[in-house]
Design a protein around this ligand. Structure first.
Ligand SMILES: [Zn+2]
Length: 335
């Protein structure tokens, strides 16, 4: 199955001629639940990892109140999926008494004291093969990117919670078959459900914080006018005309939603070099405002969060990479 973004409802350049030539390509990943293998591009799938290469770990402090486990997260999702899928007569509970008991036990969580001291193994977040993702900026002779993270609240603030590994897939002879997993995780929202990808390259215009001040002011003025007009069908620059929602690679960075945009002093690699948007992790694939980006094949579905990943209060985690040296650790920002 391939997924298709509908054409944009309005030509941006006809509204704002200054924006001619400002498009960038981005690859929407379109994750959908599936059973990816190490040879597939995926979110939350197994990684093509050499058996003799150390698995990355996190040594940050993990400040938690309750814990859950990967097994509990998977069990809870399975029970709920099965319950929603079966026919249910009116006035009956969604869950059987046995299921309810398991769900209650899982939702109670585990005591934070159980978290072992010492480094925690990271969990796979995404694996991207260049053959599938045209906007993946593979350095040197590498042909894939693996992204792992530490599933605790720290990932909202600490760039060290996200780990990038560029790799030449042909170099992997023996694949690690039983990668380590952390005994506990901080929050189910950071555990991606296994998804296969249906990448699609799109064109996007800059987010508002990347526009020249006078154009940005005119974009904002137009949107204010639309709010007060009766014409609710007119697409807005933010939401419908600039960049797509959902997980994507490359293109313009995600818009800043709840705080002022980071300035050039903040948006830097720890080596001092500038950084560029690499991977956008979004809490939904579309919402009301960005609904025009919903793929044509998904018009009848309400499944707007196939990855089950939510960051912050439904925000976006933007992963940036160093423009000077691709091997440098990423810079991340909650946007
Ligand atoms: Zn750097």
């Amino acid at each position: 199955m391939s997924l298709t973004t509908p054409p944009r409802p309005l030509d941006v350049v006809s509204l704002f001629p200054e924006l001619a030539g400002t498009t960038r390509t981005a690859t929407r990943l379109h994750p959908r639940p599936g059973e990816p293998t190490v040879h597939d591009s995926s979110v939350g799938g197994p990684l093509l990892w050499p058996a003799d290469e150390p698995w990355p770990t996190c040594s940050d402090d993990h400040d938690v109140h309750r814990l859950t486990t990967l097994e509990d997260v998977r069990t809870l999702r399975r029970i709920l999926a099965e319950a929603w899928a079966r026919p249910r007569p009116p006035r009956t509970n969604l869950l059987t008494p046995d299921e309810q008991a398991i769900v209650d036990r899982i939702n109670a969580g585990h005591d934070a004291d159980l978290l072992p001291s010492g480094p925690l193994p990271l969990i796979p977040l995404a694996q991207l093969y260049a053959r599938d993702v045209p906007d993946l900026p593979c350095p040197g002779d590498t042909d894939m990117l693996q992204v792992l993270w530490c599933p605790f609240d720290e990932l909202l603030e600490l760039s060290s919670a996200v780990h990038l590994r560029w790799r030449q897939s042909g170099d992997v002879k023996e694949v690690l078959s039983d990668p380590p997993e952390p005994a506990y995780v901080g929050l189910a929202d950071y555990v991606p459900a296994p998804c296969v990808l249906h990448p699609e390259q799109v064109l996007e215009y800059p987010p508002i914080h990347e526009l020249d001040e006078d154009v940005a002011q005119r974009v904002i003025a137009r949107e204010r006018e639309l709010i007060f007009s009766d014409d609710t069908e007119q697409p807005r620059y933010r939401g419908a005309l600039s960049g797509p929602p959902g997980w994507k690679v490359g293109g313009w960075p995600a818009p800043w939603s709840f705080r002022d945009p980071a300035g050039p002093d903040e948006l830097r690699c720890r080596c001092g070099a500038p950084v560029e948007a690499l991977l956008t992790i979004d809490s939904s694939e579309w919402d009301g405002e960005s609904g025009s980006w919903r793929p044509l094949e998904d018009i009848d579905t309400s499944e707007d969060c196939p990855t089950m990943v939510t960051v912050g209060r439904g925000y976006t985690l933007q992963i940036y990479h160093c423009l000077l040296e691709a091997g440098h650790p990423p810079f991340t920002a909650l946007q």
